[in-house]
Design a protein around this ligand. Structure first.
Ligand code: 13P
Ligand code: 13P
Ligand code: MG
Ligand code: MG
Ligand code: MG
Length: 360
């Protein structure tokens, strides 16, 4: 039968500030998931102040029971966060009660259902202090750039390319691009990651290859409540990118939105789970990558990929970029451009000052 991999994440209270997740919350999440008879397996981790529930099951995508399990788990964690008076307890739980599907309620979700192959290597990426569009460049490199993924050139099973499903998060529309034919058209949109996000990637035969969380918290809440720190699931090998091809884009840190008050741009630094504790100016933004081999739905792993020394130089580059970006202080492009600042606290200040303008 088919297996479903579901990753649901939320920030239900930071330890300390927005830096990390308190061990008691992770323990609570593990206890909650351990009680479920629906899961084949689970792994609980965190990146920065976001808890990630990695779950496998046979209920398919959009399962009310699985979504409710995640919601109830985050509610239980919120209780602990409140007791410890952690920062922003319950921050990402926008609704008072669960109603059928976790989408639109605050937590981020990525899930995919497929028939487990003879060997099924998957990577779960999770990032903090950024937004869903942060995956655009890495996904483009993994699935469409032959300078990153040699398999596109030399593997006959990849040579036909892939299909990209891109969402317009402002107008709530979607469009499919087929690469390599539509390469330039694809880039028109995904080069603007604040608005256009790659939701999923499929092989040309329609097999799911990658899927991401695309919730925009601020658009849902209508006010600033932090960034929508995203997750991404990528299947690897046998007609899909090799594990190393899926990891390679993160060796050259790119600039993403979401640092300090969700209002700044900074480098996405690949780190181990142990180093996923953004603190300098609440950052810089972090990404972790956990590898698993699925075995009848069991999550064999994780392998903490970015703990590898091969990413030391990427971290060094990220820290240099961080120094440079910080030197710009309150100026763009370190500070996000005005359109993206719309969902921060800046408009409240603009409002206060508007009467001081005179006509010229
Ligand atoms: P191994 O020979 O170590 O299995 O590596 C195969 C490979 O293709 C790595 O990219
Ligand atoms: P989070 O979205 O990770 O809570 O970060 C919010 C923030 O403003 C950090 O400065
Ligand atoms: Mg937070
Ligand atoms: Mg966060
Ligand atoms: Mg957030």
């Amino acid at each position: 039968g088919k297996i479903t991999v579901t990753v649901i994440k939320a920030d239900v209270g930071g330890f300390v500030g927005h830096s990390s997740v308190h061990e008691e919350l992770l323990a609570t999440a593990r206890e909650q998931l351990a009680k479920s008879s629906l899961l084949v397996d689970y792994h609980v981790t965190h990146v920065g102040d976001d808890i990630n529930l990695i779950m496998t099951h046979r209920q398919g995508v959009d399962s009310e029971e699985i979504h409710k399990l995640a919601w109830d788990t985050f509610v239980a964690c919120t209780e602990v966060a409140k007791k410890l008076k952690l920062y922003g307890a319950g921050q990402d739980l926008l609704a008072d009660a669960f109603s059928g599907n976790v989408k639109g309620l605050g937590p981020g979700i990525a899930e995919m259902e497929f028939t487990e192959r003879t060997s099924e290597p998957i990577i779960v990426f999770a990032a903090d202090k950024t937004e869903p569009g942060a995956w655009n460049m890495p996904l483009y490199k993994m699935f469409a750039d032959p300078f990153n993924t040699i398999g596109l050139v030399i593997d006959p099973k990849m040579h036909d390319g892939f299909k990209f499903e891109v969402l317009d998060l402002i107008e709530n529309k979607k469009i499919i691009f087929s690469t390599p034919e539509d390469l330039y058209d694809l880039l028109v949109f995904i080069g603007a990651p604040g608005r256009y996000c790659i939701k999923s990637v499929y092989s040309k035969s329609g097999e799911i290859a990658a899927t991401s969380s695309t919730q925009r918290l601020n658009l849902m809440a209508g006010r600033y409540i932090g960034k929508d720190d995203p997750v991404l699931i990528v299947r690897c090998q046998s007609g899909l990118p090799a594990v190393g091809e899926a990891l390679e884009p993160f060796a050259r840190p790119h600039l993403v939105s979401g640092w300090m008050r969700g209002s700044h741009s900074g480098p996405l630094m690949p780190v181990s789970v142990a180093d996923a504790t953004p603190s300098r100016f609440d950052g810089p933004p972090r990404v972790i990558a956990l590898g698993f081999q699925l075995a009848e739905g069991k999550l064999i792993g994780p392998q903490d990929f970015f703990a590898d020394r091969a990413y030391d130089r990427a971290r060094e580059i990220a820290l240099r970029i961080a120094d440079y970006m910080r030197s710009l202080g309150p100026f763009e492009p370190h500070r996000l451009h005005l359109e993206e600042m719309e969902y921060t606290t800046l408009p409240l200040v603009l409002e206060k000052l508007k009467d001081r303008f005179e006509k010229i």
